[in-house]
Ligand binder design. Structure first.
Ligand code: PXG
Ligand code: PLP
Length: 442
């Protein structure tokens, strides 16, 4: 064990931690100092089973050699190249490799550094696309209640999480929201996609009737909502959204930041559900979470609509200093190699039935009011403690960490999304940890 493992910084005040209860954390810090495959190691030398793939991103597991080596090699070869008006070979190679595994027709890729940036990129593309075609009146964006699309202004505007919105002023104008599809009274303890609720897609027709299609640029949804506690699309719901968008000339954006790269047992949720969007936002699993990277996939017609005007002119006034950063590209190529060699983009399909049975074995345990699953995603919804929402699930999170399992909680929901390399034995271990925790908390 290296010396590092025993050292915890003794002044924690300078770092303002993201999406964290800072004061509580700093009184009792939880620190990881290393990781390998399915496990983290804590600063006090304990192994913790990763039930969440980091933050839904480490799909191939931790410190995988192909990815580590690719980064090391690239860092010594070409560390950075300007992203604007200059190129370097592996960003083109990566775009081609991504298009090869993308749903048919999604032929072009725009690089970003995160899911939030992918979302804002996609929203800007949608509005600009209509304008380039002479439909400049199409500027409205439609999101959904309980949607999470990152934390930038575009993303929180179309997002539907009140805590992420209410502190930040008036946000983007011209945004409307469809209702969410969480219907526990009808669908509790459904296995896989629920039966009831496809008609909620018709709310989009109501919104179109209110504003007129000629004012609407795009609809953005997560095919499966992750952050707000794993909300599944009812059977037929996404197909209906697709039909309504097509009928009215509205672009459909799938935010696949969580569902992309094998999480559902297919490369993308678009493949899983057999519904192809016009634009697809990704991040996280594209580089196994190892180096920040995001990728926005677009249909050929959208890309081609921009490729007009004088050839010396920039076609899309958008991009980031680190779009297609060489080391991020190397990490992504190492990631895609690892996914391919180990069949990880489809591995969830064969494991999903086992995962489903293991999760639903928690029915009847204390506090459990619903269980949801799809691919290698699971959610266990707990009854909140009266007057103290989120407290019960947070206790479960801390207890699980102490026992040796990393779980994630949002509200009073436990969300699980292990690396796609998890074994059946490790699924049992994870679920047993959750069972013991549920029996031990108030
Ligand atoms: N869209 C979706 C659908 C996401 O899930 C983002 C955009 C933003 O990505 P970045 O890379 O900017 O964070 C996300 C991110 C959780 C959790 O525990 C979920 C996310 C991030 C962190 C934690 O549910 N999703
Ligand atoms: N702010 C300033 C002052 C900048 O110069 C830049 C980029 O040049 C940015 C923000 C945007 O940074 P990034 O391209 O990393 O998103």
């Amino acid at each position: 064990m290296s010396n590092r493992l025993k050292v915890t910084p003794n002044d924690l005040s300078a770092f303002w931690m993201p999406f964290t209860a800072n004061r509580q954390f700093k009184q009792a810090p939880r620190m990881f100092v290393s990781a390998k495959d399915m496990h983290y190691t804590t600063s006090d030398g304990r192994k913790v089973l990763d039930g969440t793939a980091g933050l839904w991103c480490v799909n191939a597991g931790h410190c995988r050699p192909k990815i580590t080596e690719a980064i090391q090699h690239q860092a010594a070869e070409l560390d950075y190249a300007p992203a604007f008006q200059m190129g370097h070979p592996i960003v083109f190679e990566l775009a081609n490799r991504l298009v090869d595994i993308a749903p048919k027709g999604m032929d072009h890729v725009f690089f970003t550094n995160s899911g939030s940036e992918s979302v804002d990129t996609a929203l800007k593309m949608a509005i600009a696309y209509h304008r380039t075609r002479g439909e400049g009146s199409r500027t409205r964006l439609i999101g959904r209640e309980r949607g999470y699309h990152g934390v930038n202004f575009g993303g929180i505007s179309v997002g539907g999480i009140v805590t992420n919105r209410k502190m930040f002023g008036t946000l983007l104008g011209g945004v409307d929201h469809m209702p969410h599809t969480h219907l526990p009274e009808k669908n509790a303890f459904s296995k896989g996609v629920p039966e009831h609720g496809a008609e909620l897609a018709n709310e989009l027709e109501r919104i179109v009737a209110l504003h007129d299609a000629s004012t609407i640029a795009a609809v953005i949804v997560e095919p499966v909502a992750g952050s707000t506690g794993v909300i599944l699309p009812p059977k037929g719901y996404l197909q209906k959204l697709r039909e309504i968008c097509t009928k009215h000339g509205i672009l459909l954006i799938f935010d696949e930041v969580i569902t992309g790269f094998g999480r559902l047992g297919a490369p993308f949720a678009a493949d899983y559900f057999g519904v192809t969007p016009d634009i697809m936002t990704t991040a996280k699993g594209v580089s196994n979470g190892v180096i920040p990277m995001g990728a926005v996939f677009v249909k050929k017609e959208i890309h081609d609509a921009f490729m007009t005007g004088p050839e010396h002119m920039i076609e899309f006034f958008h991009g980031y200093t680190y779009s297609g950063n060489p080391i991020a590209c190397a990490a992504a190529l190492g990631t895609l190699d690892t996914y391919k060699e180990e069949g990880l983009l489809n591995r969830g399909e064969e494991l999903a039935p086992y995962w489903e049975d293991a999760l639903h074995s928690l029915k009847g345990e204390p506090h459990v009011i619903d269980i949801r699953n799809i691919g290698l995603i699971g959610a266990i919804e707990l009854a909140p403690i009266a007057g103290q929402p989120t407290k019960r699930a947070f206790s479960a999170f801390v207890k699980a960490f102490e026992r040796g399992a990393l779980i994630r909680t949002t509200g009073d929901i436990i969300a699980l999304s292990p690396p796609l390399i998890i074994t059946k034995g490790q699924i049992n271990e994870l679920i047993d940890h959750v069972r013991d925790v549920l029996r031990s908390i108030d």
